[in-house]
Design a protein around this ligand. Structure first.
Ligand code: FUC
Length: 830
C-alpha cells in the first residue's frame, strides 16, 4: 500500500499538479463523482446551494435555494384536541395508555397536513464534447477557501473548473479555464425535476421558472427563478432554445442567480425575477477574481476563527474516500480535524444571517442540499433532536452569527405557535410539536406515536438562552426573552398534577419515538424524564433571563413554584437513568433516541462532582444502549461520552461515525440502521442527514473544552490517541475565548484565555499551571461568575435494586482568577 501511495504521488507531481497538492483542509479525490450524489461536493452561501460532480464530459451542479418548499402558508393544528384533553389525561393516569393513544390519534393528530417538503431548483449542466477521455484527474473541496475545483487533461490541454457560492454576491459562480488559448468549448443549460419553463431571454441569459408542487392539500405557491449568465472570454457564442453554446473560448465564467417569491413564512410577495436579475446585474460585469476574493474574505471571516491540530500521519496524504475506508484500522488524527472543520464549513455554507435584506433560513435535515422532490422526512425541521443538533457547534466553535436563522425561526414559531397552544390545549404562551417547516407549522406531524410531543418550544428556547450564555449580550437577551417567556407560559398552563406520584407533569407527552418494551407501539405517557428535564430548563432559564433583565418578578414567582413541583430524575433497577416515570427500561433496548440524556448534553443537569449517582446512571444507560446507531445518534454519543469525561469512548464513537457507508445506504428507508460517512464526508443516517456532521463536530470540541458545571474544563475528555495538539478560537460560556490551548503528553502546556465580559474565570485542568503576571486562587469555594452558577436538580430517587458503582472523578487542578473585559490571560505548565 505504501508503495502504491508513493507512486500515486509521484504521478501527481509528474502531472504538474503541485499547486493542487492536498493541504490539511481539503477533501480530494482521484475520480469524478459520476452519478453518485454523495460523491459530489457541496458549496453554499446559506441561501443558495450547489452539489458539484466534477465530471469532465458532463458537469452537473445540483441547485438549491433554501425557500423552495412545496405548499404555501398554512396552519395544521387539530382543534378537536382541547375537548379530548381531559379524557386523554384520565386514561393515561389510569394506566390505559393504549386507549389514550387511540383517542389522541383521533383528536390531536393533524387532520390537515404533516408539513411540506424542501425541494430542489434543478441542475446546471455543462457538456464538454470530447472530454470523455481524460488523464491526470484531480478534484477537491478546499474548505479553507470554500472553493470546489476540478482539473484534468484532454489532448494536452489542462482544464480547470472552480465553483463557489458567494454570500456577498448572492450567486453561484463557475469559472472555466484551459491552459491553452481557444480550447474551451461547451454547451450549458438548466433542467429540473420540477415543472418548469425554460428559455433564453433577450440578453442571452438562461432563464428557468417554476412553481413548487402541491402537497397534502396545500397548493404549491413558491415561484422560483434561476438565471444563468455566461460570460465567455474569446470564442463564439451561439444559442438554441434552451442552451448557450460556447466554442473556442479561452475561459468563461457562469453566474447562477436564484430567487423566490418568499419574504417570510406568511408572505409571498417578493418578485423572483426582479430579485434574481438584481443579483446578476451586480455581479456579471465584475471579473471572477474580484468575486472570488470577496467570497473568500467573507467566508474566512468565520472559518479562520478556529484552528485545530490533532497531529498528522502518512494517511493525510491519501484521497479522502480512501482515508474514510482506512480510518478504523489506521492512524489518521488529521481526518478528525478535517471532519471537525468540515462541520464548521457546512454550518457557514448552510446557515447565514440576514444578508442584503434576505433573512436566512435554518439548516434543514439536509442542510441546504437536496436533489429530490420527495426527500427523506421531507428534509424538514425535525425539532425533537435533529434541528437542534445542527446548531450545537454554533457557539462553541465561534460561529455565533450563524445561529441567527435558528433564532429567527424560534421567534416566528413563538408567534405561529400561540394560536396552536390556545386552540389545541387552552394554554397561554406557544407550542410546537416534533416537526416544523418553512411555513412554521406548529400542529402535530405524522402518526401520534411520533408526534405527541408538545416540547418543541422548550428545546428550541434552550438555544435562545445558550446564545446569551456565550455573549452576555443583554440587548440580544431582551430580543429573545418574549419567546422564552412564551415557551415557559405554555408549560405553566399545560403541566398537571399526576394523581399517582403527585408531581406536576407534562401530560400527554412521550419520550421521543420510543416506547417501553412492555407496551410496544404505545409511546403516549406522562412525566417522562426528557419532558421533566426540558421543563426544568425552560423554567430555570426563563427565571434567570427575567432576573438578568430585571423584569416579570410576579411571573418568576409562579414559574419558581411550578419548578419546585417537577419530578426528580430516577435511577432504575438496572442502574440506568429511567426514561419513563415508572421503571420500565429494558437493558436490551438499543433505540437510537436516548432522549432522557438530554439532561447530560446539551443541557447541564448532570455533574461528575455534584450528582455522582445520576452521572453513573447516565453511563449505565449509554452502556446498555450500545454504540452503533444512526449517524446523528452516534454524533450525540460523542458529546455524551465527552460529558462523561471518557475521551477514549468518545473517540470510539468518532471511529464509528467515520466508517464508510456506500451510496446504497442513501436509500435505506426508515429510522433504523447503522450510520457512518459517505465519500464526500456527509453523515449517513442512513440516508444522508446533516445533523450527524454537526453533532460530531460539537462533540470534538466538547472533548477538548467544556464550559458548564461551574468551570471552564480544559481537556476534559482527551483520548490517548491525541497526546499532543493545539486548538485556538473555541468560545466558552461567560464571554470567554480560548485564544489558544496547547497540550503535550495529555497535559495542558499553555493556554491563553480572553475575557470579553470580565468576571471570575475558573478553570479545571489536568495538571498544575502557572499564571503569567496575575494571581490565581487554588480550590476557591464558589465561582462568583453569574454565567457559572450551578444547575441544581432535585436529589435523584434510586431504586433499591440498582447497583451503582460510583467512581471518584479526577478533579485535577481548579484555579480561579479575576478578569477584565478585553484582556487576555496566559497560564503555562508548571
Ligand atoms: C426522527 C428520527 C429519525 C430521523 C428523523 C429525521 O424521526 O427518529 O432517526 O432522524 O427524525
Amino acid at each position: 500500500m505504501k508503495n502504491f501511495q508513493k507512486t500515486f504521488f509521484l504521478c501527481l507531481l509528474a502531472a504538474g499538479v503541485q499547486a493542487q497538492q492536498p493541504t490539511a483542509l481539503k477533501l480530494w479525490y482521484k475520480q469524478p463523482a459520476g452519478k453518485t450524489w454523495t460523491n459530489a461536493l457541496p458549496v453554499g452561501n446559506g441561501r443558495l446551494g450547489g452539489m458539484v460532480y466534477g465530471n469532465p464530459e458532463q458537469e452537473i451542479i445540483k441547485l438549491n435555494e433554501i425557500t423552495v418548499w412545496s405548499g404555501g402558508p398554512n396552519r395544521n393544528e387539530n382543534p378537536d384536541a382541547l375537548a379530548a384533553l381531559p379524557e386523554i389525561r384520565r386514561l393515561i393516569f389510569s394506566g390505559k395508555q393504549a386507549e389514550a393513544q387511540k383517542l389522541a390519534a383521533a383528536k390531536i393528530e393533524s387532520k390537515k397536513n404533516n408539513g411540506m417538503k424542501y425541494q430542489p431548483v434543478g441542475n446546471l449542466l455543462l457538456s464538454f464534447p470530447g472530454h470523455e477521455s481524460f488523464t491526470d484527474y484531480y478534484r477537491d473541496l478546499d474548505i479553507e477557501k470554500a472553493v470546489a475545483t476540478t482539473m484534468y487533461t484532454v489532448d494536452g490541454v489542462r482544464y480547470t473548473r472552480q465553483v463557489i457560492a458567494s454570500a456577498p454576491d448572492q450567486v453561484i459562480a463557475v469559472r472555466l479555464t484551459a491552459d491553452k488559448p481557444g480550447k474551451l468549448s461547451f454547451t450549458t443549460f438548466l433542467n429540473s425535476p420540477q415543472k418548469v419553463q425554460r428559455s433564453i431571454d433577450g440578453t442571452g441569459k438562461l432563464v428557468m421558472t417554476g412553481t413548487t408542487s402541491d402537497h397534502e392539500g396545500v397548493k404549491g405557491q413558491v415561484n422560483f427563478n434561476a438565471h444563468v449568465r455566461v460570460v465567455p472570454e474569446g470564442g463564439q457564442t451561439t444559442k438554441t432554445d434552451t442552451s448557450v453554446v460556447i466554442s473556442g473560448a479561452n475561459a468563461a465564467t457562469l453566474y447562477v442567480s436564484m430567487a423566490t417569491n418568499v419574504v417570510d413564512y406568511k408572505t409571498l410577495t417578493a418578485n423572483p425575477k426582479t430579485l434574481a436579475d438584481s443579483y446578476l446585474t451586480r455581479v456579471e460585469k465584475r471579473p471572477f477574481s474580484a468575486v472570488l476574493a470577496a467570497h473568500v474574505a467573507a467566508y474566512q471571516r468565520y472559518f479562520r476563527r478556529v484552528a485545530l491540530n490533532l497531529g498528522t500521519s502518512e494517511a493525510a496524504k491519501l484521497p479522502t474516500d480512501e482515508r474514510i475506508r482506512q480510518f478504523a484500522s489506521g492512524d489518521d488524527p488529521q481526518l478528525v480535524s478535517l471532519y471537525f472543520q468540515f462541520g464548521r464549513y457546512l454550518l457557514i455554507s448552510a446557515s447565514q444571517p440576514v444578508r442584503n435584506g434576505v433573512v436566512g433560513q435554518p439548516a434543514t435535515l439536509q442542510g441546504l442540499w437536496n436533489d429530490r422532490m420527495d426527500p427523506p422526512w421531507d428534509s424538514k425541521y425535525t425539532i425533537n433532536i435533529n434541528t437542534e443538533m445542527n446548531y450545537w457547534p454554533a457557539e462553541v466553535t465561534n460561529l455565533t452569527e450563524l445561529h441567527e436563522p435558528l433564532v429567527q425561526m424560534v421567534k416566528e414559531l413563538s408567534q405561529a405557535g400561540k394560536e396552536t397552544a390556545n386552540v389545541m390545549y387552552g394554554a397561554k404562551g406557544w407550542v410546537a410539536h416534533h416537526n416544523t417547516d418553512l411555513w412554521r407549522i406548529t400542529g402535530t406531524v405524522d402518526a401520534i406515536f411520533y408526534s405527541m410531543w408538545p416540547m418543541g418550544g422548550a428545546w428550541l428556547s434552550q438555544h435562545l438562552w445558550e446564545k446569551y450564555q456565550y455573549s452576555g449580550d443583554k440587548a440580544y437577551l431582551k430580543s429573545v426573552y418574549p419567546a422564552m417567556k412564551g415557551a415557559a407560559e405554555f408549560f405553566v398552563d399545560y403541566l398537571v398534577e399526576d394523581p399517582n406520584h403527585h408531581y406536576l407533569v407534562v401530560c400527554p407527552g412521550m419520550s421521543p419515538e420510543n416506547a417501553p418494551s412492555t407496551r410496544p407501539g404505545i409511546s403516549i405517557d406522562a412525566g417522562v424524564t426528557m419532558d421533566n428535564q426540558l421543563v426544568f430548563d425552560i423554567f430555570t432559564n426563563t427565571i434567570r433571563a427575567a432576573k438578568a433583565l430585571n423584569v416579570d418578578a410576579e411571573f418568576v414567582k409562579i414559574v419558581a413554584s411550578k419548578l419546585a413541583q417537577l419530578p426528580p430524575m430516577q435511577v432504575g433497577k438496572h442502574g440506568q437513568l429511567q426514561e419513563w416515570i415508572d421503571d420500565l427500561d429494558s437493558p436490551d433496548d438499543k433505540h437510537r433516541h436516548i432522549s432522557h440524556l438530554y439532561g447530560l448534553y446539551p443541557s447541564a443537569q448532570f455533574s461528575a462532582f455534584r450528582t455522582p449517582q445520576l452521572f453513573r446512571a447516565a453511563r449505565n444507560t449509554l452502556e446498555q444502549r450500545g454504540d452503533a446507531s444512526t449517524g446523528w445518534s452516534m454524533g450525540w454519543k460523542v458529546n455524551w461520552w465527552a460529558r462523561l469525561l471518557d475521551g477514549n469512548r468518545a473517540y470510539r464513537l468518532i471511529t464509528n461515525q467515520l466508517s464508510p457507508v456506500s451510496e446504497a445506504g442513501r436509500n435505506r428507508p426508515g429510522g433504523t440502521g447503522v450510520g457512518g460517512t459517505y465519500n464526500n464526508l456527509f453523515d449517513a443516517h442512513p440516508p444522508f442527514q446533516i445533523d450527524g456532521n454537526f453533532g460530531c463536530t460539537a462533540g470534538i470540541a466538547e472533548m477538548l473544552m467544556q464550559s458548564h458545571d461551574e468551570a471552564i474544563h480544559l481537556l476534559p475528555a482527551l483520548p490517548d490517541r491525541w497526546p499532543a495538539g493545539t486548538i485556538s478560537g473555541l468560545r466558552a460560556r461567560g464571554g470567554f475565548e480560548i485564544v489558544s490551548l496547547n497540550w503535550k503528553e495529555g497535559k495542558v502546556a499553555s493556554v491563553t484565555i480572553k475575557s470579553t465580559l470580565g468576571g471570575n474565570c475558573r478553570i479545571r485542568v489536568p495538571n498544575e499551571l502557572q499564571a503569567k503576571g496575575f494571581k490565581t486562587v487554588l480550590n476557591a469555594a464558589t465561582n462568583t461568575n453569574p454565567f457559572y452558577q450551578p444547575v441544581v436538580v432535585k436529589e435523584a430517587i434510586v431504586s433499591p435494586q440498582a447497583q451503582l458503582i460510583l467512581a471518584k472523578p479526577q478533579i485535577g487542578q481548579v484555579y480561579d482568577f479575576a478578569t477584565q473585559a478585553g484582556k487576555s490571560y496566559i497560564l503555562i505548565m508548571k
